[in-house]
Design a protein. Structure first.
Length: 305
């Protein structure tokens, strides 16, 4: 009897199609870097023209003034393009393959910010950036050959939405209680965590569309995705107001993919066929990259702690 081709396919983790997502993710990283630089410039100019809100969050008037800043609008358009390329990459490849590739944006942003603001990065800052990027790229190199995409079940969607609800509640309570003491690192981490869920929800919606299943649960994912995108954007703007753009990008390109990867591995089972050594590499390189973000926050010459 002929073997079941479907079962044989599931035993092979390497899908040539998923490599299409890698260049798309890299292009998205370039737009992410440029968009962050322009948005940061717009936020800084608005803050210079209004009262300092460091640690309190941008107010409604300041958010409205951002719409009148050409640099901020241009940056927003570039971030929109970054999202388009990111979604395209997620269509072809698992979360744990393409999501961490945004780390390329950290290198580009660091160089741009250093040149435009005439700020020399310290040796410790450079080491932190190398930790972030190096950890992420080793992670992706292993994931590209061991990760698999699987159909998303209703139970998995409910689990993701419940976890997101808990995270948003904790963020709201923390922000309400400590608003006057919050600095850039909080905004960076929260934006990264929320965008990690946004990327996961985008992958879920794309997966369900591919399966021809667009029902109420998928629609709920779309609503959660839009809400998360808006809240994450608010945290990002506040991070720009209290820290340098390369710190913000470090959080978004390390914390964001690590959250998405954890969900992809634990909830979606994208690493179910990865060997034990690959899991070990994921843990070590992920820890190195995240530690790099904290080192950059501590040692960057433009960070106000």
């Amino acid at each position: 009897m002929d073997p079941d081709l479907t079962e044989l396919t599931e035993l092979i983790p390497l899908d040539p199609r998923q490599f299409i997502g890698i260049p798309l993710a890299l292009i998205g990283a370039v737009f992410l870097s440029l968009g962050a630089q322009f948005q940061h410039r717009g936020v800084v100019k608005v803050e210079a023209l209004t009262a300092d809100t460091l640690g309190k969050g941008l107010n409604g008037r300041q958010l409205a003034l951002l719409l009148a800043r050409p640099s901020w609008v241009l940056g927003t358009l570039m971030l929109g393009l970054a999202i388009v390329f990111q979604l395209s990459s997620l269509y072809f490849a698992p979360l744990i393959v393409v999501q961490p590739l945004g780390a390329l944006a950290l290198v580009i942003t660091s160089i741009l910010n250093s040149r435009l603001n005439h700020v020399k990065l310290s040796r410790k800052s450079v080491v932190a950036i190398i930790m972030c990027v190096g950890g992420v790229f080793v992670f992706v190199g292993v994931a590209a050959f061991t990760a698999v995409s699987k159909p998303v079940t209703d139970g998995q969607i409910v689990t993701i939405l419940v976890i997101l609800g808990v995270v948003l509640t904790a963020a709201a309570i923390t922000f309400g209680l400590l608003r006057h003491r919050i600095r850039a690192l909080f905004y960076v981490i929260m934006a990264g965590v929320i965008y990690g869920f946004v990327a996961t929800l985008a992958k879920v919606v794309l997966n369900r569309v591919q399966q021809g299943e667009f029902e109420w649960l998928t629609f709920l994912c779309v609503l959660a995705l839009l809400a998360g995108t808006g809240l994450g954007a608010y945290f990002v703007q506040n991070a720009y107001a209290s820290g340098p753009p390369d710190l913000v990008i470090a959080g978004l390109t390390v914390v964001d993919p690590m959250v998405a990867v954890l969900i992809g591995v634990i909830v979606l089972g994208e690493a179910s066929q990865a060997p034990l050594w690959a899991i070990f590499v994921f843990i070590v390189t992920g820890a190195i990259a995240v530690w790099g973000v904290f080192r950059l926050a501590k040692n960057h010459p433009q960070t106000r702690l």
